[in-house]
Write a new protein. Structure first.
Length: 301
């Protein structure tokens, strides 16, 4: 996939998320205003966070997609992780406020008005969110964007949250007053769990976590398949935004001319690049005689 195609697709998904989030905030805010439902307030708060998260994600994506420059020669991909950490702090604060509000409603339940209107708006929210998730999944399938994948996961959870709001509103019509407060507490706990997961993933990426086992296996297979390669060691990988970075030491015959060694390394690099889009490969060439046997990770024959 060309870089221009990648950028246009992720920006399309990001702009769509912002648009859907704004529509949901306005509609849910009105529903909460007329119904006084704590569950609807929780859902509105979640949509407000969606607006902030999607808007921040769009701005950060735009920055992270910028090419490497003099001060950032490895690119700007890790900006996505910094944005995620910032978003998580807002999510945690809002979640705690929701839990306090839910406990108050649980102890002091209040009647909910215009529940039918609130239910209709929740159904609209489910329809819009489902359409957005389908679009995001299509973009992730083509681009493998981590940022859009995380955004999509958040909106998938919103489908269940909106369904839960409908259940709470229906139960309130049968005078189960505690349902409103209970669900508000549930949403707060749910948001805290999601925020902790975002922090966990972001910290791992910022600390240069290795690529997953499947991707590492592909890299090893590519090196193994080259008939001129005698071994490799010190394979190191990491990812920053859309960019993957792969480096290793390639073991070659002692008396191989430098021109041929360079050609072999280029062949392996190109083979890896055909497997992974948006990747930089760094190969250090070693004479096999200087490499301890236990280091080599290539099995011939």
């Amino acid at each position: 996939m060309q870089a221009r195609d990648y950028e246009s697709l992720v920006k399309l998904a990001s702009k769509a998320a912002i648009g859907v989030a704004f529509i949901l905030v306005l509609s849910k805010l009105y529903a909460w205003w007329v119904s006084s439902s704590a569950a609807m307030l929780a859902s509105t708060t979640d949509s407000l966070l969606d607006v902030f998260a999607s808007l921040t994600s769009f701005l950060i994506l735009k920055y992270s997609l910028a090419p490497a420059d003099k001060e950032h020669k490895f690119g700007h991909g890790k900006a996505e992780n910094l944005a995620a950490l910032m978003q998580s702090s807002f999510v945690l604060g809002s979640a705690l406020l929701l839990i306090f509000h839910g406990v108050d409603r649980l102890l002091n339940p209040q009647p909910i008005l215009h529940t039918n209107l609130a239910i209709v708006i929740s159904i609209l929210a489910i329809a819009l969110t489902l359409a957005l998730v389908i679009l995001q999944k299509m973009v992730v399938k083509k681009t493998q964007s981590i940022a859009i994948s995380a955004d999509s996961l958040h909106y998938q959870s919103d489908l269940f949250l909106n369904l839960g709001v409908i259940i709470a509103l229906v139960l309130s019509q049968y005078e189960i007053a505690q349902a409103d407060g209970l669900f508000t507490i549930f949403v707060g706990i749910f948001l805290i769990t999601g925020a902790v997961n975002i922090v966990y993933q972001s910290v791992h990426d910022l600390m240069d976590k290795e690529l997953d086992d499947e991707e590492l296996a592909i890299i090893e297979q590519v090196i193994n398949e080259n008939p001129k390669s005698l071994g490799f060691h010190e394979l190191r990988t990491r990812q920053a935004g859309k960019m993957k970075f792969i480096q290793f030491h390639l073991e070659l015959p002692d008396h191989l001319p430098l021109v041929q060694a360079h050609k072999i390394a280029d062949e392996i690099e190109q083979a890896i690049l055909t497997q992974f889009a948006h990747t930089e490969v760094f190969i250090h060439q070693d004479p096999q005689s200087v490499v301890p046997t236990e280091l080599s990770r290539l099995q011939k024959g």
